[in-house]
Design a protein. Sequence first.
Length: 336
Amino acid sequence: MTATRWRVATVVGLVTVLAVVIAMVPGHRGWFDVGVYHGAVGHWARGGDLYGWTTHNGYGFTYPPFAALCMLPMAALAWYPTIVAHLLLTALAVAFLLHLLVDPLARRHGWSRWYALALTCCLLAGLNPVRDTVSFGQVNLLLVALVYLDLWLLERGSRLAGIGTGLAAAVKLTPGVFIGYLLVTGRWRAGSERPGPAGGGRPRAVTPGQNRRYAMVDGDDGRRGAWLIAGRDGDLDEPGAVVLPAAATRTRAGLFATLTAALALPAYLGDTWDALSDVLRDRLDAGPLTLLITDAGHLLVDEPADQYALLLAVLGDVAATAPHPMRVVLDEAAPC
């Protein structure tokens, strides 16, 4: 048997074994997440409330409105074509990732390129997290592909670098970690192409004609507590919140001065992010805290773009590790 025939037989054998295992092993998720996307976006397109729709067991749409805009074509598709479209997009994302990650190695070491890609694809399909994200119908692999697209563009010096990570972070907070990577490694322009919670340079509720409220949560199902909430037109009623007028926080110095006055923080706070983190933790030792930032489109608008990202990173870290809950509410007025 020639080497090529042996490789073909190996790949066919692996694919067959994987197909049988995937078909027989428990753990099929029934496209649950894509079902939530399809149901909520379809309900929204018909004039309903994007965040009012839920499944029979109470799960609803947890992504910001920008994600719903990206998923809007689902509203024109029936259930099974939606699943097929999701699988095709996921397959394209995986093919792109393998081309970037495996093909250069195969070239460098003189391996058969198609064989290396086929074996890696089989290995990837056998990983439980990958099977779960496909079976749930999640967007994780698509977001990974957007981040890697940015790295590919950076290598080529493209001015478009940074947009992919920005779009991914507009859908889900996790890819925002790579915005920090771009900034730390000196890719300032790419790192500044970050969105606010709803997908623009600042947090904006982009749902046409309606006020919206959504939670930026860590996880696809929204079962973890949300620390960052955004909306517009004063529709966020937060009793007991400490109100910060963002018009006074256009600069970092203004933000620190406003926080010092509103929370009775020590006068020696200064204006470093580490100091802010420390005093907020001390404040949260005493009990929960909700910060309501009005006219949030003004927040740090006069500072370099990385300062806004750093503020969210500091607040997110404090919210995740403090002894009592902290919530940050961004309430942005509609443009005149």
